[in-house]
Design a binder for this molecule. Structure first.
Ligand SMILES: *Cc1c(COP(=O)(O)O)cnc(C)c1O
Length: 382
């Protein structure tokens, strides 16, 4: 077993890290613009920017017309950190206290439920709130049924707490399945209502933007594609000219020379088929690496693909190093990123890339990279 020290002193920590490429974020936003040059873009940065850091993403996306978050608290945090763009709370407020925070922080709110209408109608006198009325066109998650549209618009028009004009929003349930007829049904439903609606419209998430140009409307709501990742199960972001934003990596912390028949890891689920080297990398589900990644899930050691073997543990994974005879302790291990699509790792772990990037834990050091703004290059952040 080799016990060398890590090779680079400036880079001596062995733990998992995520390098966030701010130039790739800006590139992806520009790419979205070219797909729908006349639409405005609400960049979705909920769930801490899909694990990339909501504030850093918001700061990097200077070209976005608005930001989208799920919760009031997420919007408040961005305002307090000095973000001045419009911020839309996609789930809206759910108490009168939250409604007061929406106002105090100049957030915009989606309205999807009668209880929110009542809170607005009973709100104290104050600044008018910008709102987006959500229609349920078939997803059956959030939104008013189309039949309620007329009544809701009348109530909103009569409500002093609501700023005019109200925008109309809906969400597609199956836009990632290009042959699923549900999307066309939803679009027809939305069209019928929006024909009576003077205000701006928003329909498309990433899958809608890429696969359903007729869903572009006035406001796009890209999330996953901003991060360079495909919303579809069978492709990668690179196929659409997107650049992966996150490079998730760690280092080898041990290399073991094992014998044929030796069992590796918890439960001894993987048995060495011959005498061989098995590497141990410092990453596990405690960092957000998926515990369900199967033996054979690809990992890059010094840029070359090797298969994961045995169970993922909290802090470590084991790697089949038979093709990497020169690998040494301290060598870099890429879990996903530019050279290894997160889409591929997600498939091997029976999940979707959204979940993988969202689930990176606080233990993972986030590092920003930007060639355009060199002062921020490789600045460690906490
Ligand atoms: C999360 C979300 C989006 C972004 O979806 P992606 O698939 O990541 O592009 C858009 N709209 C709403 C309402 C959302 O909740």
């Amino acid at each position: 077993m080799s016990r060398e020290r890590p090779r680079r002193s400036d880079d001596a920590l062995s733990g998992a890290r995520a390098v966030i490429d701010l130039d790739a974020l800006a590139h992806n936003l520009r790419k979205i613009r070219t797909l729908a040059p006349n639409a405005r873009i609400m960049a979705v940065v909920k769930a801490d920017g899909y694990g990339h850091g909501a504030l850093r993403v918001a700061q990097a996306l200077v070209g976005a017309d608005a930001l989208g978050v799920a919760r009031v608290a997420e919007g408040m945090a961005l305002r307090r950190a000095g973000i001045n763009k419009p911020i839309v709370v996609l789930e809206g407020f759910s108490s009168s206290e939250e409604l007061a925070e929406v106002r105090a922080h100049r957030l915009e709110s989606v309205l999807h439920h009668p209880s929110q209408m009542e809170m607005l109608e009973h709100a104290p006198v104050g600044e008018a709130i910008s709102t987006w009325l959500k229609l349920d066109t078939g997803m059956h998650r959030l939104g008013f049924p189309p039949a309620a549209y007329g009544e809701m618009m009348t109530r909103l028009a009569d409500c002093a707490a609501v700023a005019a004009p109200v925008r109309l929003i809906t969400h597609l349930a199956s836009a990632d399945e290009q042959d699923n007829p549900q999307t066309l049904k939803q679009l027809e439903c939305f069209q019928a209502i929006s024909a009576q609606h003077p205000g701006e419209l928003s329909i498309a998430n990433s899958a809608g933007i890429l696969a359903w140009p007729q869903a572009h409307a006035d406001w796009l709501r890209p999330g996953i594609m901003l991060y360079g990742v495909s919303p579809f199960a069978d492709s990668t972001g690179g196929e659409y000219g997107l650049r992966p934003v996150m490079d998730f990596s760690t280092r080898l912390i041990a290399i073991n020379r094992l014998s044929k028949g030796d069992a590796v890891g918890y439960g001894g689920r993987w048995i060495c088929p011959e005498n061989m080297a098995v590497g141990v990398a410092a990453v596990g589900y405690g960092d957000g690496y998926p515990r369900h990644a199967v033996s054979g899930t690809p990992v890059l050691v010094n840029g070359a693909r090797v298969p994961l073997v045995g169970r993922v543990s909290m802090d470590m994974i084991s790697l089949d190093l038979r093709t990497q005879a020169t690998a040494r302790v301290g060598d870099p291990v890429l879990l996903w990123g530019r050279e290894l699509p997160v889409e591929e790792v997600a498939r091997a772990a029976h999940t979707i890339p959204y979940e993988l990037t969202c689930k990176l834990t606080n233990r993972v050091e986030r590092i920003e990279r930007s060639m355009v703004n060199a002062s921020r290059q490789d600045a460690p952040l906490r």
